[in-house]
Design a protein around this ligand. Structure first.
Ligand code: HEC
Ligand code: HEC
Ligand code: HEC
Ligand code: HEC
Length: 341
């Protein structure tokens, strides 16, 4: 069932629909988002070779949340309202704030959000991803055939490399929108961050040392890549906010905030579609605008989100951003946090 709405009446219409259909059903089941604890090796292992990256990571909220979260008043208040006792062990907090590792059959929280939260649990790819063809073979000596084999073996082992922009960025949105109605409405947790992919990857989170010729410089992404990130970020925002509205059963803070996110992302994509030549973008905007944002509409909104995801993956694979200079004046200038030197 599709209905046509203009961008201005989308949210008021939504609110009306939400209030009419307050059926107050069951909570959606939260999806597993953390990397597989049985395959986590931990950031120290990466630090054997990636010292600079680990240093940069230590300066981020992702790292600090591990020691700080459970001590904050705010966290204690959320836990209390949720009826939870041990924040460091509760799966509802841990899956977004921490990394868990399976040690002798038991789950142990070992750090905050870390390398493997974004690049995939590494047990099955850590060895292969940096082997250029034997102990004495250097990067420059690696044959193209070996490189292809190395990358595909790493991917088969579950590695999420930066070039797979959809997947590496998809991680961010799985945590930075909080698709848990109870946690938001009852616990008082934020419904998510005011997230923007360029600003949030290029600030404190940035660790692009491999891209510099010396390995010492933390280079920003190229402008072409930033353009891709800018568009893809809005696509992912739409995908995940559609899924989040799908989990809404009550007209309250959660459903209203998530519906606003759908509206905003759709409007942004609609504008971007007028600026660049990429038909996928207009199609995604149309899906966002035509999806009925009503309560207990999980199946339909997930189907819409799946369509957006498919288009977003196609977009990320098809373009390199070089033709999208019309977006440059819209790229954010203010980054989220300060990049490590
Ligand atoms: C034995 C050394 C070593 C270890 C341990 C190691 N890496 Fe690497 N890593 C490298 C080298 C060398 C490269 C550059 C590879 C290349 O040229 O494609 C690299 C590249 C990468 C890349 C970029 C890959 C790409 O295809 O663009 C990522 C991401 C990465 N490593 C993550 C990790 C993570 C996460 C860990 C820990 C789970 C880790 N690495 C452990 C040596 C290592
Ligand atoms: C779906 C992912 C997700 C879940 C589940 C989650 N959080 Fe968060 N939390 C976040 C994100 C993302 C932020 C950062 C929000 C921002 O950008 O301001 C955050 C921020 C916070 C903050 C404010 C920052 C700080 O460190 O003081 C507190 C407190 C907090 N969460 C507590 C909890 C508690 C307690 C639980 C479990 C009951 C929990 N969270 C579960 C994703 C999550
Ligand atoms: C496993 C969940 C998870 C993933 C994946 C994740 N984040 Fe986060 N992120 C968090 C949580 C939780 C916080 C808040 C921690 C706190 O303050 O206690 C946070 C905080 C941040 C902050 C600091 C925000 C502030 O208010 O200072 C930035 C920037 C950030 N994340 C960027 C990213 C980017 C970019 C990605 C994807 C490349 C990403 N995050 C992926 C969970 C995640
Ligand atoms: C919050 C998610 C997140 C975390 C945590 C994270 N990475 Fe990354 N990583 C990314 C993203 C996104 C990129 C691509 C950034 C870009 O293009 O600007 C990237 C890029 C890289 C690269 C390639 C950089 C280059 O110059 O090409 C390496 C190597 C890497 N990460 C290793 C690590 C290691 C090691 C850790 C842990 C210390 C880690 N990452 C933690 C998201 C993350």
């Amino acid at each position: 069932m599709m209905r046509n709405v203009t961008s201005t009446d989308l949210l008021p219409a939504t609110l009306k629909v939400l209030s009419l259909l307050c059926l107050c059903g069951l909570l959606g089941i939260s999806t597993a988002i953390a990397a597989d604890p049985g395959k986590i090796v931990g950031a120290d292992e990466c630090g054997e070779c990636h010292k600079k990256e680990v240093e940069a990571w230590r300066g981020t909220r992702h790292h600090k949340t591990f020691n700080e979260l459970s001590r904050t008043k705010e966290a204690k208040a959320i836990a209390k309202k949720m009826g939870l006792k041990r924040i460091k062990k509760e799966s509802d907090c841990v899956k977004c704030h921490f990394t868990q590792r399976e040690v002798k059959g038991k789950l142990k929280s070992v750090s905050g959000v870390a390398c493997e939260s974004c690049h995939g649990a590494a047990r099955d790819w850590i060895k292969v991803h940096s082997d250029y063809g034997g102990k004495d073979i250097k990067k420059e000596q690696e044959t193209p055939a070996h490189k292809e084999q190395r990358l595909s073996k790493a991917a088969a082992g579950g590695m999420i490399p930066p070039r797979d922009l959809y997947r590496v960025a998809n991680n961010c949105y799985q945590c930075h929108l909080v698709p848990n109605e109870k946690l938001v409405n009852q616990g008082g947790h934020k419904a998510g961050s005011a997230f923007e992919l360029v600003a949030w990857t290029q600030g404190e989170v940035r660790h692009n040392y491999l891209s510099s010729s010396t390995g010492e410089e933390n280079l920003p992404a190229t402008v072409a890549r930033k353009r891709l990130m800018f568009v893809l970020g809005n696509a992912l925002e739409l995908e995940h906010s559609l899924r989040a509205v799908g989990k809404a059963s009550k007209k309250a803070d959660y459903s209203v905030k998530m519906a606003k996110r759908v509206k905003k992302a759709s409007a942004r994509l609609e504008k971007i579609a007028t600026l660049i030549n990429a038909p996928e973008v207009g199609k995604m905007a149309a899906i966002g605008k035509q999806s009925p944002l009503k309560l207990n509409n999980n199946a339909e909104l997930n189907r819409a989100a799946d369509k957006v995801a498919k288009l977003a993956k196609e977009f990320a694979a098809k373009y390199d951003g070089s033709g999208f200079s019309s977006l440059d004046k819209y790229l954010p200038k203010k980054l989220k946090g300060k990049a490590h030197g």
